[in-house]
Design a protein around this ligand. Structure first.
Ligand SMILES: Cc1cc2nc3c(=O)[nH]c(=O)nc-3n(C[C@H](O)[C@H](O)[C@H](O)COP(=O)(O)O)c2cc1C
Ligand code: SF4
Length: 488
């Protein structure tokens, strides 16, 4: 079963699997097309047949891991939500299609190629955890996806394929934290996407219990099993399941084809295939479906043609959420375990490539500024820390820095995660820390004013990616740390 050799073939963009499943060759444009070509409806039928316990077992057996970035086992997450001790009140399910990770365009590609597979997976999840309602969240600027999902929702509801549980499409703001699961729940409730203290399975959607913070007793005020003497005065936690849209599409295919089918691809710890994005210093930016376990360098080469002639790869990043992968580490297989073993991570498999002309101090400044701007400021060490690190990187980049500035950055990286509500400052710590550690010669060149400033750097936050042409968000550079946009 464990097979690290890439299996090639398939769709136009060079998918490294025999049969692309998440990204079919031709987009699915109607429910009739979905039913005819895509085993549509089989997953929900199977879930009804298996019942909630059997469905969770099937998902667990497949070994599916969440595709939103963390790689958490999906079956374990679902089982936790079904557990009576998970909390009280209603249960809700959310499909996370906010997709704001730089370098990543896979959820939008999946929704464009076949929104029905996502809606069916969401309906299966809602049925399995006994949800009162489900939400499918995208950004309001994703107009193509909104159009396609709206049609899919209407058609599938009319055909009885989504069951009795209502699914609402939510069009949210263009902030990075809208994709963070606790920020996402705040946004669904109509607030700004500010991450709250407790995770969705503890403090779910429309929770009516008081927000007690980390010191709360697990059984108090609705955050535990129902107390028979509780007359509902104390509120309910409404445990909520959040899954990425790719994870839910995977669930659809796993239920239709069986867990062994999923396990027949990939590695034992990272079974299956996933949708990879490759952008940056490559000949042809690409998004395509790839079997897990293929060497990362081959994936980049096959999908994107690699760097320009005469250039070599200096560094690769999986979004801005993991440590840097050096050009000499590209033999590492595309898997959760292999990329963690080299000090990085698979993340949401959006790979940003830099060639040997790149200045890693400028890249660090670009990524740090993004995280600073997108930080919401609820935790002082995160907002001030990312801001200060960004300023010192700017000084060093401009040739005005000193060893002391590098030391200060090191100290801020140690404290930037203090009292953090969410993972964003950990990303700062991982990505900036790793760049400074792995590319000391670039830092030294700036300290000695030896770096020729001949390149400009644009944050690869993707607005569109079709047929080898990528468009980065032109507004991100003007976005300010208070989430307004500078004029001009
Ligand atoms: C700053 C930040 C941004 C995130 N953005 C996204 C996103 O756009 N889409 C997504 O699915 N998960 C995102 N995540 C991860 C989610 O919080 C959550 O773990 C995920 O949706 C769970 O789904 P999964 O178990 O299917 O992976 C983000 C996390 C952080 C810390
Ligand atoms: S850690 Fe940073 S981004 Fe996350 S909630 Fe706190 S201030 Fe906001």
């Amino acid at each position: 079963m464990v097979d690290n050799s890439p299996r090639r073939g398939g769709v136009g963009m060079g998918a490294m699997i025999h049969e692309p499943v998440l990204l079919p060759d031709r987009a699915v444009t109607s429910l009739a097309d979905y039913l005819a070509r895509r085993r549509g409806g089989q997953a929900i039928s199977r879930a009804r047949e298996l019942g909630p316990g059997g469905t969770v077992k099937e998902v667990s057996l497949s070994g599916l891991r969440g595709r939103g970035g963390g790689g958490y086992p999906t079956g374990r997450k679902w089982a936790g939500l079904r557990n009576d001790a998970a909390g009280s009140g209603d249960r809700f399910v959310v499909a996370n299609g906010a997709e704001g990770e730089p370098g990543t365009f896979k959820d939008r590609a999946i929704l464009r190629a076949d929104p029905y597979q996502v809606v069916e997976g969401l309906a299966v999840a809602a049925l399995t955890v006994g949800a009162r309602a489900a939400y499918l969240c995208v950004k309001e600027k994703f107009t193509t996806e909104i159009r396609r999902v709206t049609v899919a929702l209407e058609e599938m509801a009319a055909a009885g394929l989504t069951g009795d549980i209502p699914i609402t499409l939510v069009a949210g703001p263009d902030h990075y934290l809208y994709g963070e699961e606790k920020g996402l729940l705040s946004a669904i409730e109509g607030d700004a996407p500010l991450p709250r203290l407790l995770p969705p399975y503890v403090h779910g959607l429309f929770a009516t219990g008081p927000q007690l913070g980390w010191s709360a007793r697990p059984q108090a005020y609705g955050y535990g099993p129902d107390d028979p003497n509780d007359d509902d005065d104390l509120g309910h936690s409404n445990p909520t399941l959040v899954n990425n849209v790719e994870t839910l599409a995977d669930v659809t295919h796993i239920l239709a084809r069986g867990p062994e089918w999923h396990r027949s691809r990939g590695t034992s710890e990272s079974p299956g295939a996933l949708v990879v994005t490759v952008v940056g210093d490559v000949r042809r930016p690409a998004v395509a479906e790839v079997e897990l376990g293929c060497p990362l360098g081959e994936v980049i080469e096959e999908l994107s043609g690699g760097p320009a002639p005469g250039r070599t790869i200096k560094a690769v990043f999986s979004g801005v959420a993991n440590g840097v992968i050096r050009g000499d580490q590209l033999d590492a297989p595309l898997s959760y375990e292999a990329l963690a073993a080299i000090g990085s991570g698979l993340g949401s498999a959006g790979f940003i490539v830099y060639d040997d002309t790149a200045d890693m101090v400028s890249v660090a400044r670009l990524f740090s500024r993004f995280l600073y701007v997108e930080s919401c400021g609820q935790c002082p060490a995160c907002k001030f820390g990312t801001g200060e690190i960004t300023s010192y990187l700017e000084r060093i980049e401009a040739g005005l820095g000193s060893e002391v500035d590098v030391e200060i950055i090191g100290r801020r990286l140690e404290t930037v995660t203090d009292a953090n509500r969410c993972y964003l400052p950990v990303e700062e710590q991982l990505v900036i820390g790793s760049i400074l550690r792995e590319f000391p010669e670039d830092v030294a060149a700036h300290l000695e004013s030896r770096w020729p400033a001949e390149r400009t750097y644009e944050l690869p936050k993707i607005d569109d990616l079709v047929d080898g042409r990528v468009v980065y968000d032109p507004r991100q550079g003007a976005k300010q740390p208070d989430w307004t946009y500078a004029e001009g």
